[in-house]
Write a protein that binds this ligand. Structure first.
Ligand SMILES: O=C(O)CCC(=O)C(=O)O
Length: 287
């Protein structure tokens, strides 16, 4: 599914965008399902295990910024990630055996959807090797003004975990002013049409600005790992773990490689999502 040039780009720059992986019918089904799920947030006054709310959220004017772990709430999210085109891209990049690590649906409402500060996913979920990536399924067109994913090309090859701590606690954000070795200004926006998908390496530095456009920006993120990349954290149940295979076979033999690790402890003062973790980051890049 991916060309040799695309696979080479992923390895050298740490990301690639593949066009038209999800067709209109599936996109419509996905949008309808998400609208139905959001009805469940209307009466909320606080985040819960399913929804993360924008700071301006009110029960009378609901604003959800994330649906947490969508794959746990509806099997359609599994149908999408197991669709032949996506599986083909995943095996091109990660090999024949791929497991889902987690998922999230980031919804940036028009004219306010929260920014996500610069970070590496690896800082949140280190594994025994770095054959791990995130797929960003674009539910809407990604444009310069709606807060698209921004990536710092090649940052995964520096082979380093930047410090994601501030005031002695993990906060899930790289203190921007102290890390001018990273070319934030040269970051590339992953633009595309609804149905396109980005793939970014787990150690690639990325973030995204607020949505200043008039339309929502919805990005469904699937975190995927080669079956032999075992997580250092949050492993509890083998059956559940193996049940998350997207394609191929699980293994009890992790492959360990020489990867940099920095554990996300002490835990962020505010738990629940990256947005909550990052609230304690004083040194910010995006306003
Ligand atoms: O939604 C986005 O633009 C990026 C989000 C992200 O990087 C994350 O949630 O880890």
């Amino acid at each position: 599914m991916l060309s040799k040039e695309q696979v080479d780009q992923y390895h050298s720059e740490g990301y690639v965008v593949a066009r038209s992986l999800i067709d209109e019918v599936a996109l419509d089904q996905l949008r309808e399902l998400v609208s139905e799920m959001l009805v469940g947030a209307e009466e909320l006054t606080e985040h819960n295990e399913k929804f993360d709310l924008e700071p301006s959220h009110k029960a009378s004017e609901p604003k959800v910024r994330r649906i947490k772990t969508p794959h746990k709430w509806h099997s359609f999210f599994w149908d999408l990630i197991r669709s032949p085109r996506l599986v083909s891209c995943l095996t091109d990049l990660l090999g024949s055996d791929v497991r889902l690590h987690g998922s999230k649906l980031n919804l940036k409402s028009s004219q306010e959807g929260s920014a996500v500060e610069w970070h590496q996913d690896w800082a949140f979920y280190p594994h025994s090797n770095d054959h791990v990536l995130a797929v960003g399924l674009m539910m809407d067109d990604m444009t310069l003004d709606n807060g698209p994913l921004l990536v710092v090309p090649g940052s995964h090859r520096v082979n380093k975990v930047w410090n994601h701590h501030q005031d002695g606690y993990f906060c899930g954000a790289i203190p921007a002013s102290q890390n001018r070795d990273l070319d934030f200004e040269g970051a590339i926006p992953c633009l595309g049409k609804a149905g396109d998908c980005s793939f970014h390496h787990v150690r690639l530095v990325h973030g995204s600005a607020q949505n200043t456009s008039q339309s929502p920006r919805r990005l469904m993120l699937y975190e995927c790992a080669a079956a032999d990349a075992w997580p250092y954290l949050k492993f509890s149940d083998l059956e559940e773990f193996n049940g998350r295979m997207i394609v191929g076979e699980p293994t009890l033999e992790p492959r360990s490689t020489d990867v940099p690790i920095r554990m996300p402890f002490p835990e962020a003062k505010r738990q629940g999502s990256i947005y909550e973790n990052q609230t304690s980051a004083a040194d910010r890049f995006f306003t």
